[in-house]
Ligand binder design. Structure first.
Ligand code: PBG
Length: 308
């Protein structure tokens, strides 16, 4: 009877598994702060994509970790960069799998900021937007289905859309990290991706956790600039923002269940303090209740395996 009258369900088809891919095979392997998650080489990422496909998952979100970093993040727009290579190989092995590429500079710059810096050491918004558009084209040429700008620069969605359309990539979608908060919950990710800022923080471009109306304004701008999917990130502490977004916009809404949210549950479960399976189910269904259509989560693989 409970099943019959159940209001919300989590379907593995709406889950997205993030994958970290390293250019330097020596950096592959487990991530200490995220038990159960690892960094893959291009080859092992393709193997992992096959496993995810067999479990009924339909999409992956790629993060690249280059061998070398510089002030401009040049490896990001290298046609043979690690994300470009991985996308090409996954799409040729599994053409039906949706490959989403995170689009940001923080894994590629030696200073670890999401943008390039001007002489004063501040993030240069417009120069960064140019690099993002250029990188998006190399992702599109590599076969990526969706680009997901996570940098929070102003005007990047419009610039990326224009660049893609200019090369007849009209069908490539943009999933905009529209409401991305300056959050403590990204801690484990920065260890995984080696993207901790070397000085300062991300508060000049990521949002203040206290603001909801500002999130809606960011989303409105992204809609006007041509976003196809709007994202709220992190997830757990921002479910009111997800609900507000769902009520205001007709586009698909994604939530990013971030690294810190994953590691909190894993750490408690490994200590025997929490029932992981029930906690994960409860958390994922809360995203559906709040109105999310797409859930990016490090639990996708385990959840899909249990759902079979
Ligand atoms: C890149 C990016 C970050 C995350 C996704 N894209 C890190 C950050 O902004 O510091 C975080 C993902 C996670 O914590 O799981 N800008």
């Amino acid at each position: 009877m409970r099943e019959l009258v159940r209001e919300h369900r989590t379907d593995p088809a709406q889950l997205v598994q993030p994958l970290f891919v390293v250019e330097n095979p020596g950096q592959a392997g487990p991530i200490a702060s995220m038990p159960g998650i690892e960094r893959y080489t291009v080859e092992s990422a393709v193997r992992e994509a096959r496993t995810l496909d067999a479990l009924g998952l339909g999409s992956v979100l790629l993060f690249g970790i280059p061998k070398t970093k510089d002030a401009r993040g040049s490896k990001n727009f290298d046609p043979d960069g690690v994300v470009q290579q991985t996308a090409r190989e996954i799409k040729s092995a599994l053409p039906h799998m949706i490959v989403i590429a995170d689009l940001c500079n923080c894994e590629y710059t030696d200073h670890g900021h999401c943008g390039i810096l001007n002489e004063r050491g501040d993030v240069d918004n417009d120069a960064t937007v140019e690099i993002l558009a250029r990188t998006a084209l190399t992702y599109a040429r590599a076969g990526v289905d969706v680009v997901a700008p996570s940098d929070m620069m102003d005007g990047r969605v419009g610039a990326i859309r224009e660049a893609l359309d200019g090369e007849d990539f009209e069908e490539i979608a943009i999933m905009a990290y529209s409401a991305k908060y300056a959050s403590a919950f990204y801690g484990p990710f920065r260890e995984a991706a080696g993207s901790t800022p070397q000085f300062g923080d991300r508060r000049t471009y990521q949002m203040d956790p206290s603001n909801v109306r500002e999130a809606l304004r960011e989303m409105t701008l992204d809609v006007q600039e041509g976003a196809d999917i709007l994202m709220v990130k992190p997830a757990l502490a921002y479910l009111d923002v997800v609900r507000a977004a769902r009520d205001r916009f007709d586009l698909p809404i994604a939530v990013y269940n971030v690294s810190g949210e994953y590691s909190m549950i894993k750490a408690a479960a490994l200590n025997g303090w929490i029932d992981e399976e029930r906690a994960v189910h409860e958390m994922l269904v809360s995203f559906a209740r709040a109105g999310a259509n797409i859930v990016i989560t490090y639990f996708a693989k385990e959840y899909a395996a249990r759902s079979r």
